[in-house]
Design a protein around this ligand. Structure first.
Ligand code: G4P
Length: 285
């Protein structure tokens, strides 16, 4: 997938989402638990004004459990329901039903006062590319998706799927665009693999990761590669030496070492690591 966002893409994605938002009671926003700030587009707050809000911190399996809790509290303080999930394994998905009810309490009470019973909550899933929207829809509503698709006479276009009795979900997620203006955001999205690696200078990205790990997760590098602390460049060389990344003449192949390191980080082999915390100095209050 190509993660370059041109004004045309953004306008189209935004228009499509705005049309869908008119139909829903609840916005289910997916963010990457390792970078909940950088993987959100705050425009969603204005777009989904007046709707119930549920933030799913997906890929929680890759993020630091203690920091995960802090992010949940942060979003709850903002007035949203929040939940840690792993859309790939399905962990956490069972708690969604309760969160949906809590996020839509006002609407459900209004319905009850008007004598409307059993009207399902209508929701859509949204997030920037690669946060796991499709994986989530499939694991949460997989059977329902297949059933709706197979029904004869169902017209193409928007379709509602019913993962549970009291919830209807749009089968296509809303796509938000990342906020690239801030360099630190771009770097963190690159680190989690949400941008095409060809566009990046891998070594530079790897050096940034090494500096961050040495400071925040000092056990990660010795644990995986048995290397000692040093400058980022020394550590990249040490990763290369530990993994025998050499060019033909015996010279260290730092690009390969950087690729290995980034792969290890993205797949969780360096441990559960969060790149952002909900603290001042993080663009957050
Ligand atoms: P999108 O629709 O938001 O663009 O994201 P998508 O579902 O395509 O997921 C992007 C990648 O993230 C996929 O990996 C997917 O398996 C992975 N993923 C989604 N949710 C989770 C999660 O909770 N934990 C972990 N560890 N990974 C998750 P991929 O490598 O692109 O594809 P594949 O190897 O799974 O086929």
């Amino acid at each position: 997938m190509n993660y370059q966002w041109y004004p045309g893409h953004m306008t189209k994605a935004r228009r499509e989402m705005e049309e869908d938002i008119r139909l829903i009671d609840l916005m289910i926003e997916l963010v990457d638990a390792r970078v909940p700030f950088s993987s959100r587009n705050p425009d969603i707050d204005a777009m989904a004004k007046g709707k119930g809000r549920l933030v799913l911190l997906n890929k929680a399996d890759l993020a630091d459990p203690a920091v995960n809790q802090q992010w949940c509290e942060y979003f709850e303080k903002m007035g949203y329901q929040a939940l840690l999930v792993n859309a790939r394994s399905g962990e956490g998905l069972r708690s969604i039903q309760g969160k949906v009810q809590a996020a839509c309490r006002e609407k459900l009470e209004r319905d009850r006062r008007r004598g409307i019973r059993n009207r399902p909550v209508r929701a859509m899933v949204a997030g920037i590319p690669n946060v796991g929207k499709s994986t989530f829809i499939n694991s949460y509503a997989g059977k329902a998706v297949a059933k709706t698709g197979n029904r004869p006479g169902v017209t193409k276009g928007r379709q509602w799927i019913r993962p549970q009795k009291d919830l209807e979900l749009l089968d296509t997620p809303g796509i938000l665009w990342p906020k690239f203006e801030d360099q630190a955001v771009g770097l963190r999205l690159a680190l989690i693999g949400s941008m095409n690696d060809d566009l990046l200078v891998k070594e530079e990205t790897a050096l940034e990761l090494l500096a961050f790990l040495a400071e925040t997760y000092p056990q990660a590098l010795p644990g995986r590669y048995g290397i000692a602390a040093g400058t980022p460049l020394e550590m990249l060389e040490a990763v290369g030496a530990a993994r025998k990344c050499c060019k033909k003449g015996g010279e260290a192949d730092l690009e390969r070492a950087a690729g290995l390191l980034l792969d290890d980080f993205r797949s969780g082999r360096l441990g559960r690591i969060s790149l952002e915390r909900p603290q001042k100095g993080n663009g957050l209050s």
